[in-house]
Design a protein around this ligand. Structure first.
Ligand code: AMP
Ligand code: MN
Ligand code: MN
Ligand code: MN
Length: 294
């Protein structure tokens, strides 16, 4: 179970990835992924295409989503794994979360204009494939391609994080709301890339405690944003809080993402892999034989 090559975190053109769901599925299969989840930001529209592609390619699959949450004034991402994409409360919740993105993007562009970077809204829009999902990633690609920044890391450090000119504080979903939508849709809620948040130990402890109190069940231990030390730290926290552990590359684009699909270490044997809690939600690699008779 621990040796399964599971990649439960990736993005398509339905949010801020550059590959469409079919191309992403093909890339995952080429990389040897055995259990794959598409987890677009605040969007479910890629899931039917991803499910069909995974089945064609003989790869086991889980429906997923990455929900944007505001916690302690910062953005936190909560993965919903094994959700039912037809669940109406989840669909309504995500539509509400997507709602403020365009206005936020216009304010981000105003902030950038104040430091002399003009035309960022139109520029970023040129990179958007889903009109409801303009994200900081699209601004980052434009800022790099126009030579304002060296790379993505440079963009976020100088312009798009807390206190920087292109950063706009924004109210996403509440933590309890997001976990509630995911559980209501039959899924498991999982804290994404915990090492990325700018929290001190006290606020981080509050995040984990409240997450568990709301019914959250997993934490991403292995992901591209984590060092070996981060993985060890969150493995300990998983055990302390009784959480299952997840593994996902957070792949966005060839050449841009630090880690290829499926190219992560193996989960430590002392952790419970999250996919053990999702056995009945997994679309198997090989479809069951059709019922015999009529
Ligand atoms: P948004 O949902 O618009 O706030 O954009 C968040 C997205 O920006 C994340 O999903 C990542 O794709 C990207 N991102 C955030 N922080 C960083 C960072 N430090 N370096 C590279 N990409 C980042
Ligand atoms: Mn992203
Ligand atoms: Mn994320
Ligand atoms: Mn992600």
């Amino acid at each position: 179970m621990h040796l399964l090559n599971a990649d439960l975190h990736s993005h398509s053109t339905v949010s801020d990835g550059t590959l469409d769901p079919e191309a992403l599925a093909e890339q995952a299969a080429r990389q040897g992924v055995e259990l794959w989840a598409l987890t677009d930001h605040d969007e479910l529209d890629g899931l039917p295409r991803a499910a069909a592609a995974a089945q064609r390619l003989g790869m086991a699959w889980l429906a997923g989503v990455e929900v944007s949450v505001t916690f302690a004034g910062e953005t936190v991402h909560v993965l919903g794994l094994g959700i039912d994409p037809t669940n109406e409360a989840l669909q309504r919740g995500l539509a509400q979360v997507r709602g403020g993105r365009e206005r936020r993007a216009r304010e981000m562009a105003e902030g950038l204009a104040r430091v002399g970077i003009r035309g960022a809204f139109e520029g970023a829009q040129g990179y958007v494939s889903n009109p409801e999902l303009i994200s900081r990633t699209h601004f980052a690609r434009w800022l790099v391609d126009t030579g304002h920044c060296r790379d993505n890391a440079d963009v976020f450090r100088r312009y798009l994080t807390s206190g920087r000119p292109g950063h706009v504080p924004h109210r996403w979903a509440g933590l309890g709301e997001a976990v509630g939508w995911i559980r209501g849709a039959g899924g498991v809620a999982c804290i994404a890339h915990p090492a990325r948040y700018p929290f001190n130990a006290t606020v981080e402890y509050a995040l984990f405690s409240e997450f568990v109190a709301h019914g959250g069940q997993a934490v991403e231990v292995l992901t591209s944003a984590h060092t070996t030390a981060d993985a060890a730290k969150y493995a300990d926290l998983a055990i302390e809080f009784g959480l299952a552990a997840s593994r996902g590359s957070d792949f966005h684009a060839p050449g841009e993402s630090r880690v290829e699909l499926g190219a992560l270490p193996t989960l430590s044997g002392r952790l419970e892999p999250v996919w053990q809690r999702l056995a009945d939600r997994i679309q198997p690699a090989v479809p069951p034989p059709a019922a015999i008779g009529g």
